[in-house]
Design a protein around this ligand. Structure first.
Ligand SMILES: [Zn+2]
Length: 117
């Protein structure tokens, strides 16, 4: 898969929720290359104009959090996301799935900290 362009915002960062691993744009791109090699917009089918949301390749991927209310409680659903620049469809990827993949890949490569799981 070709590299996706990064769509960034300049300026300050919001703090990441503490239970989220810091995923970089490159981590997200690596995940998509491995797990979604035929990535395309499910609405308009383009494979060309898909923008990965991150500050930069080595900067943080942008995390979209949405409160989900379940019964008497609530939790924050975290997603990393891509926007189709042709039709505007937004494609969400569950943050915990990507974080788990990145964590296991980095541990396999000997870069991770496996002590505090
Ligand atoms: Zn589209």
């Amino acid at each position: 898969m070709k590299a996706l362009p990064f769509g960034g915002v300049s300026g300050g960062h919001m703090d990441m929720p503490s239970d989220h691993l810091a995923i970089t744009g490159q981590d997200f791109s690596d995940y998509l290359s491995k797990r979604c090699p035929g990535l395309k917009c499910p609405m308009c089918q383009t494979t060309e104009n898909l923008m990965l949301h991150a500050d930069s390749s080595d900067g943080p991927a942008h995390l979209l959090t949405t409160p989900v209310h379940v019964g008497g409680g609530a939790f924050q659903l975290g997603n990393y996301f891509i926007t189709c620049l042709d039709c505007g469809h937004v494609i969400l990827f569950n943050a915990h799935r990507i974080e788990g993949w990145v964590r296991s890949n980095k541990e396999a490569a000997g870069e991770g900290d496996a002590n505090d799981e």
